[in-house]
Ligand binder design. Structure first.
Ligand code: C2E
Ligand code: MG
Ligand code: MG
Length: 731
């Protein structure tokens, strides 16, 4: 098939030639009519065909022009220019787009073919050397450099050069496609600097390996530069749990969600990082973009704040806030599983604080916390409520197991705490409330355990008590006792019993100790252990103490007058009385009223007077000046050392019954008692042993040079009449 479009020109020539021949033929030859008409017909057909062809040809060139124009328009809008140089023919073709790219006219480029080079940003000229080298090998090469436009504007150009070499390797032509990439480059640069200078970690992970990491990220990991981290597996920097967690988040499309992970630095240190992840395409492959922030310091601060809020600063065990939180959590989850709350208060802890100072008190509190944790172990949680109070929660425990635990605690506290070689016996009083029977919510459970603790205190300390429904009545009992106590003096319900003090060697009666009894109309005889603390608490001890003093002095004087004998009398004095301003005057007054020789009155004070050493020394000195005998009662329980007593005008030391109790069996107590006796003698104190109950104790004390004693072994405290009988028997 002949393609007419392709051979259009040939046809036009042929047809024109035919027309010319026919015309000459018609003009110059004399034809017959038929032949003339045939030639004329042929001429006309040829001319029609020629016209048709010429018309067709002009419409094709219009189409071509149009498409060329379209192409030019596209090039002009595209910020692209083509530079094509036929080196052999030295024919240069530049598309007009170059004017827009470079700001110079097309003419200027044609006039100066090196103009493109002259406008390159000086710092980027080095790019051209590399480019030249690469192009000379025949390989296409893409270079990026800046140019300076005539108006001074700097633009980024991407230049794709395509060389053509002949068989000898010489470049025959060269084409360059030029783009203005300033906008893309600037936004890319901005993005890059944002990423690189970001204080946050930005990394790209593909196939569990670091494909990219910024400076902040490499620093965080402890690397000297990002390259040290690239291509390393993420598992080198985190545990398997974290890695699988990240994978899970990616697969579950938790993108953008922040979560915390642990990261191991190259130096082995563990840090905490908050990250968010997002799947991205990186280098044409799917990858994970990770953005993170070091939150180690924040976490530490959070932990410190949490610790400060929920832990006790002294003992470092959970505090009362944590207790409430824990209790409510236990209440939420326990359904009807029983559990116990133990309120624990240290007995006579105040005495330690007062006599040994708060620093010793603090050490003991710390040791108590440790000891409680040792007893409870995994079976419960120990909290410090404040002061000398601790709380224990024992989950999933019935009454029987709680009893076992409470006994275990009491047993643990039978061992003394040792501080600077000194022993401190600290005992707890424990109140217990049980869930659910004693309360179903926080408030009632706490209140009831607290009440039970007071019951334990009232029951003589160093024991535990369960809350019971009538306990509320028990505290009203205490109020009843207080009201009764206020009236007891008026109603003359107090009496004094007397316990003799014996010379252990000669069995001679050296004096008596006056001990108060309350003859209660309904409850019978009440022990001073029960009501003296209440009297001290309420201040009733002042009038009561005055009554005792007067009564005792009168009795001693009466025995003298009655010829029973010269019986010095010892009276117990509370700290509260010593603190009372008129105390010395009261003594003077009583001595004057009863006409008792001051040396026949002995005052028994306790170590708690050390709380206010200065004032106590002043009062005791005044009493001493009156000629009164002074004794330190219950010695050994208040933790004051004999050394401290040197500065007080004391005559006698009464060794507490608790030491005497065990002198036969407890080697520890043996050495304590021996030391007290020895040191007392060195300091010219007489030692009096309290609570002697056996002949063995008498024997031991005598052997160790303790000369005076009192106790049931000789006589219980007796009413005056009975004591008189005892005295007579002895004589
Ligand atoms: P205290 O001054 O140490 O008195 C000794 C206590 O031990 C007395 O208890 C006495 O009955 C008891 N006792 C003596 N020998 C023995 C013994 O061999 N075995 C046993 N188991 N006990 C023995 P009581 O009379 O119950 O007095 C207790 C405490 O009450 C006294 O201890 C004293 O601190 C205080 N008290 C007693 N009367 C008064 C008083 O008039 N005023 C003040 N402020 N306190 C007093
Ligand atoms: Mg006494
Ligand atoms: Mg005593």
């Amino acid at each position: 098939m002949i393609n007419f479009t392709q051979h259009k020109q040939t046809f036009i020539i042929i047809f024109t030639a035919i027309i010319l021949l026919e015309l000459t033929d018609l003009i110059w030859k004399d034809h017959e009519m038929v032949s003339f008409l045939m030639h004329l017909g042929l001429l006309l057909i040829t001319m029609i065909l020629l016209l048709f062809l010429i018309q067709g040809s002009s419409s094709t060139s219009r189409e071509l022009r149009n498409s060329n124009k379209n192409l030019n328009d596209i090039f002009e809008t595209l910020d692209v220019a083509i530079w094509s140089h036929d080196l052999k023919a030295d024919h240069l073709l530049i598309t007009p787009g170059i004017e827009k790219l470079y700001g110079y006219s097309l003419d200027e480029f044609y006039r100066d073919s090196l103009l493109w080079r002259k406008v390159i940003f000086p710092e980027d000229e080095c790019v051209l050397n590399e480019r030249k080298e690469k192009l000379s090998t025949g390989e296409p090469c893409t270079s990026i450099y800046r140019i300076i436009k005539p108006d001074g504007q700097v633009r980024w150009i991407q230049d794709r050069g395509i060389p053509t070499l002949d068989e000898k390797g010489e470049m025959t032509s060269f084409t360059s496609v030029l783009f203005d990439i300033t906008d893309r480059k600037e936004s890319e640069d901005q993005y890059r600097s944002l990423v690189e200078m970001s204080p946050d970690i930005i990394a790209v992970i593909s196939n569990s390996k670091f494909e990219y990491i910024n400076e902040a990220g490499s620093k965080l990991i402890g690397a000297s530069s990002p390259s040290e981290v690239l291509n390393k597996d993420v598992s080198e920097f985190s545990d398997s749990k974290t890695v699988s967690n990240i994978k899970e988040k990616v697969s579950n499309s938790f993108v953008g969600e922040r979560f915390e992970v642990k990261v191991f630095r190259l130096d082995g240190q563990e840090i905490e990082v908050e990250i968010s992840i997002m799947p991205i395409l990186y280098g044409g492959r799917t990858a994970i973009q990770l953005v993170g922030r070091d939150i180690t310091e924040r976490k530490k601060a959070e932990k410190t704040i949490h610790h400060m809020a929920y832990y006790d600063s002294l003992t470092d065990i959970p505090n009362r806030n944590m207790f409430k939180k824990y209790l409510n959590e236990t209440l939420d989850t326990s359904s009807d599983q029983p559990f116990a709350i133990l309120f624990l208060d240290l007995d006579r802890f105040k005495v330690i604080n007062d006599t040994k100072g708060h620093s010793t008190g603090d050490i003991i509190l710390k040791k108590v916390a440790i000891r409680l944790k040792q007893v409870v172990q995994e079976e419960g949680v120990v909290f410090r409520q404040g002061g000398d109070e601790f709380i224990l929660i024992l989950p999933n425990m019935n009454r029987k197991s709680v009893k076992l635990m409470a006994n275990k605690i009491l047993h643990y506290f039978t061992t003394p705490f040792i501080i600077n070689d000194q022993e401190f016996f600290v005992t707890p009083s424990i109140g217990i409330s049980m869930y659910p029977e004693d309360g179903r919510e926080e408030e009632s459970l706490i209140k009831h355990a607290d009440k039970a603790m007071y019951l334990a205190k009232d029951a003589g300390k160093n024991n535990y008590q369960f809350y019971f429904a009538h306990l509320d009545k028990a505290s009203s009992k205490k109020m009843e006792l207080e009201t009764g106590l206020r009236k007891a003096l008026e109603l003359e319900q107090f009496t004094l019993f007397y316990q003799p003090k014996i010379h252990l060697e000669t069995k001679e009666i050296l004096g008596v100790e006056a001990l108060i009894r309350w003859e209660h109309p309904t409850r019978g005889t009440i022990s001073p252990i029960e009501f003296i603390p209440l009297a001290e608490e309420t201040g009733l001890i002042i009038p009561m103490g005055k009554w005792v003093l007067k009564q005792a002095c009168e009795q001693s004087k009466a025995w003298e007058k009655q010829g029973v004998g010269i019986i010095p009398v010892a009276v117990n004095i509370s700290v509260r009385q010593i603190k009372d301003e008129g105390f010395v005057d009261v003594i003077k007054e009583i001595l004057a009223e009863t006409d008792l020789e001051p040396s026949r009155l002995e005052l028994e004070i306790t170590e708690s007077i050390m709380q206010d050493f200065e004032h106590s020394t002043k009062v005791l000195t005044q009493l001493k000046e009156l000629g009164i005998v002074l004794s330190m009662d219950d010695f050994g329980t208040g933790y004051s050392s004999l050394n401290n007593l040197r500065f007080l005008p004391i005559d006698n030391i009464k060794i507490d019954k608790s030491f005497i109790d065990d002198i036969i069996t407890d080697t520890n107590h043996v050495s304590i008692v021996k030391a007290i006796i020895d040191m007392s003698q060195n300091m010219n104190f007489n030692t009096i042993a309290e609570g002697i109950e056996t002949e063995e104790q008498v024997h031991f004390l005598k052997q160790n040079s303790c000369e005076i004693g009192q106790g049931y072994h000789f006589s219980r405290p007796l009413p005056p009449k009975e004591l008189e009988m005892f005295l007579r028997k002895q004589v």
